[in-house]
Ligand binder design. Structure first.
Ligand SMILES: [Zn+2]
Length: 143
């Protein structure tokens, strides 16, 4: 039991605040609790257990949020489209090369980079553009 410094009412030992007037209790047991809290809040006391567990857990969501699409995959897709519509062959070859480079980059990144779908699309568009370009060239030359 400890008595309130403000109103003198008795409160239980584990009470932090007086249940009669609400003021903070400064009795012996509460001082011991405050001491324990202070010790737990000391930088030297806390780091050993929570941060090593918390840091990777904290970094994982940031990592998944920060997962960026491979720039090469996007470039491959863009070149594939350009190769298909505007400049066949040159951009199509670029699209295939960039798509393959993007796939290598993505697999090497170990989950850091995404965009494999874009890289595949870029390669497919590149192949289609190249095939159409070659057919177009053959037809033009044959004429
Ligand atoms: Zn009180």
């Amino acid at each position: 039991m400890k008595d309130c410094p403000s109103c003198g009412s008795w409160n239980s030992d584990d009470a932090s605040f007086c249940r009669h007037c609400g003021s903070a209790l400064l009795g012996g047991p509460s001082r011991a609790t405050a001491g324990n809290e202070a010790r737990q809040n000391q930088p030297g006391f806390t780091p050993p257990s929570p941060p090593p567990g918390q840091h990777p857990a904290h970094l994982t969501p940031q990592g998944s949020l920060g997962t960026k699409s491979s720039g090469k995959a996007t470039a491959s897709l863009v070149c594939g489209i350009i190769g298909l519509i505007v400049f066949p062959v040159i951009f199509s070859v670029l699209a295939i090369n960039l798509g393959l480079a993007a796939k290598r980059e993505i697999s090497r990144s170990g989950g850091q980079l995404s965009g494999e779908g874009k890289a595949t699309a870029g390669i497919v568009l590149g192949i289609v553009g190249l095939v159409f370009g070659v057919i177009f060239l053959v037809l033009t030359l044959a004429r």
